[in-house]
Design a protein around this ligand. Structure first.
Ligand SMILES: [Zn+2]
Length: 142
């Protein structure tokens, strides 16, 4: 960074140390953000780079954990368990129709009953309740 800064055109008028620090900090933040975006490009967690894509911090721990797991894909649903080698088949253990991923929880007929019972308008709360119910039902299977 210092080497690059020395090669840039130097200002005609001297600037204060405070202004210099502010400018340097802004440049550094921009560069770090660009690097993070480049590293996250195409990854499932790409949404975490943008503040609007994050899980809200005001959720209960239980809901926050569920939403974060679903967002990251480390959700311990059948597709994830198969990906990490703990299951041989990614197919939904509750309905057997398709791979059991976070997207499948929105359409799985075996947990339709719980989805229809949840009246909360909070999408995060709703996703968390469906997730934990699916995990509970998975655990009850022989
Ligand atoms: Zn299913």
């Amino acid at each position: 960074m210092a080497k690059r800064g020395a090669q840039m055109d130097q200002p005609e008028q001297p600037i204060s140390m405070h202004a210099f620090k502010r400018i340097t900090d802004a440049c550094l933040r921009t560069e770090v953000k660009c690097r993070q975006k480049a590293k996250a490009d195409g990854k499932r967690w790409q949404v975490l780079v943008e503040p609007g894509g994050r899980v809200p911090p005001n959720l209960t721990r239980r809901d926050g954990v569920a939403c974060f797991r679903l967002l990251m894909g480390h959700d311990y649903l059948q597709a994830h368990l198969c990906r990490i080698g703990l299951a041989v088949d990614p197919t939904c253990t509750l309905c057997g129709r398709e791979d059991m991923s976070s997207e499948h929880l929105d359409v799985c007929p075996s947990i339709e009953d719980i989805r229809s019972l949840i009246l909360s308008d909070n999408i995060y709360r709703k996703k968390a309740l469906v997730y934990w119910e699916a995990r509970r039902r998975m655990a009850e299977l022989p």
